[in-house]
Write a protein that binds this ligand. Structure first.
Ligand SMILES: [Zn+2]
Length: 215
């Protein structure tokens, strides 16, 4: 079976699609995650959104908190981002659900937040396309990766990282890209030089470990 670990809409292209759902909308997909994205944070609404998140995240089909994290390129004040991220780490640990992380040029800060919070939940860095040093650092700390369209890039960081991080530590995604998850699997199996069937089984096994769910 195909698993798409992070998409912004259910497109029925994979058997299991973890949709980044809108907290304020009522339309629900099969499986989803809820999170406050650093791009959209406002000081005035952050606390009420966090309260709403804490409530909604307990829904059974909400499998993870995210995407959430830190982004040093966006306009949002970094202190506000850190405060809201820390709070989301706390919620994830309280309700015992994994975190899906958006991280742009802020790996040190994200790791500090996770360590400072004594995070004990699995963490997936989504859309990973960073250099070998960062990949190694995150691998050593037992974090997970999700790779998407960057795998298509010739000799991209993602294409290198998927080979180095180890088969037990990654997932595949489409995010907002106009690409089929099936094509992402195909590309990943080529890069890893393994049969697509083996890759599918590995990701199912990774999913069961991280989400503590039997598929
Ligand atoms: Zn996304």
């Amino acid at each position: 079976m195909f698993i798409n670990i992070h998409t912004h809409a259910q497109i029925y292209d994979a058997k299991l699609e973890l949709v980044n759902a809108n907290l304020q909308a009522s339309d629900q997909t099969n499986y989803y995650s809820y999170g406050l994205h650093p791009w959209h944070l406002k000081e005035e609404t952050a606390d009420s959104l966090l309260a709403n998140l804490q409530l909604r995240a307990t829904e059974k089909r909400c499998l993870a908190i995210g995407e959430c994290g830190l982004d040093k390129i966006c306009e949002t004040d970094l202190r506000l981002q850190e405060r809201v991220f820390m709070e989301q780490i706390r919620i994830a640990n309280t309700i015992k659900k994994p975190l899906i992380i958006h991280c742009v040029k802020a790996f040190n800060e994200v790791l500090n937040c996770l360590n400072f919070s004594d995070n004990a939940m699995p963490v997936i860095f989504h859309g990973f396309n960073n250099n070998a040093n960062i990949a190694r650092l995150l691998t050593e700390q037992g974090y997970y990766f999700s790779f998407g369209k960057a795998l298509m890039g010739f000799e991209s960081n993602a294409a290198r990282a998927i080979v180095s991080v180890g088969r037990k530590q990654f997932f595949l995604e489409t995010d907002t890209a106009d690409v089929s998850i099936k094509y992402v699997y195909k590309k990943a199996s080529e890069l890893l030089r393994i049969e697509e069937e083996i890759l599918k089984q590995q990701i199912v096994s990774n999913f069961e470990t991280v989400f503590n769910l039997k598929l």
